[in-house]
Ligand binder design. Structure first.
Ligand SMILES: Nc1nc2c(ncn2[C@@H]2O[C@H](COP(=O)(O)OP(=O)(O)OP(=O)(O)O)[C@@H](O)[C@H]2O)c(=O)[nH]1
Ligand SMILES: [Zn+2]
Length: 198
C-alpha cells in the first residue's frame, strides 16, 4: 500500500468532483468558463484528494514498517511537526504544530514515521481534539510504549477569515497516556517542547 504519497488520482472521483466544483463556482457568481477558471475544478478536485489522502493511509502500518527492537527507555520527543488539516465544520484549513513524545518499552520507531502519522490523520476532515487522540492511539497501539504525549497548537481559518474573526487565537489540545499521567514526566515533556537549543 502506498502510504506516503498519492500515486494517482481516482478518475471517477476527480470527474465527479470537477462537476460539483464547476457548479459551485457558477453558484458563487463566477464564470467557470473564463480563462483563469477553466482548469480550476480539476485543480480543486486534485487538491482535495491530496488534502484528504489520509483516508487511504494506515498509520499503524507506517509505524510498524520501521519498528525496531531497542533498549532505549528515555523520552523520545519529535517536536514542531508542522501540520495542515481541515476542520470538519467548514472544511477550512487549520494549521500549526504537533509535538509528540513516547517512552519506549523495548521498541522504537523511525522518527520520520511519527511525522507521517501526524500527516495521515491531518489529511482528513478533522477536529483538533480527535486528531490529537488519533495520533496518540496509533503510537500507543503499535509500539506499546510506557507512555505517549501529543500536544497540538493550531490556528483555525474558520475563526480567522470568517465567523468570529480572531486573528491571534491559538488552540492547544493535548493527550497523554501511561507515564505521562505522572505530573513530573508530563512537566519534563512540556519543558522540553518549549525549549530551544542554540
Ligand atoms: N472543538 C472544536 N471546534 C472546532 C474545531 N474547528 C472548528 N471548530 C468550531 O466548530 C464550531 C461550529 O459551530 P456552529 O455554530 O455549528 O458553526 P458556525 O455557525 O459557523 O459558528 P461560528 O464559527 O461561531 O460562526 C465553531 O465554534 C468552530 O469554531 C475544532 O477542531 N475543534
Ligand atoms: Zn471550522
Amino acid at each position: 500500500m502506498a502510504y506516503n504519497k498519492i500515486e494517482s488520482y481516482d478518475e471517477h472521483v476527480t470527474a465527479s468532483l470537477m462537476q460539483h466544483y464547476r457548479e459551485s463556482i457558477a453558484l458563487l457568481g463566477e464564470d467557470p468558463d473564463r480563462e483563469g477558471l477553466v482548469k480550476t475544478p480539476e485543480r480543486m478536485a486534485k487538491a482535495m484528494q491530496v488534502l484528504t489522502q489520509g483516508y487511504q493511509q494506515d498509520a499503524r502500518a507506517i509505524l510498524n514498517s520501521a519498528k525496531f527492537t531497542e533498549a532505549y527507555s528515555e523520552m523520545v520527543i519529535v517536536k514542531d511537526i508542522e501540520l495542515y488539516s481541515m476542520c470538519e465544520h467548514h472544511m477550512l484549513p487549520f494549521f500549526g504544530k504537533a509535538h509528540v513524545a513516547y517512552i519506549p518499552n523495548g521498541y522504537i520507531t523511525g522518527l520520520s514515521k511519527i511525522a507521517r502519522v501526524v500527516d495521515v490523520y491531518s489529511r482528513r476532515l478533522q477536529v483538533q481534539e480527535r486528531l490529537t487522540h488519533q495520533i496518540l492511539d496509533a503510537i500507543q497501539d503499535t509500539l506499546q510504549p510506557l507512555g505517549v504525549a501529543v500536544v497540538i497548537e493550531a490556528q483555525h481559518l474558520c475563526m480567522m477569515m470568517r465567523g468570529v474573526q480572531k486573528q491571534n487565537s491559538l488552540t492547544t489540545t493535548s493527550a497523554f497516556s501511561g507515564q505521562f499521567g505522572d505530573g513530573k514526566t508530563r512537566a519534563e515533556f512540556m519543558k522540553l517542547i518549549t525549549s530551544r537549543l542554540g
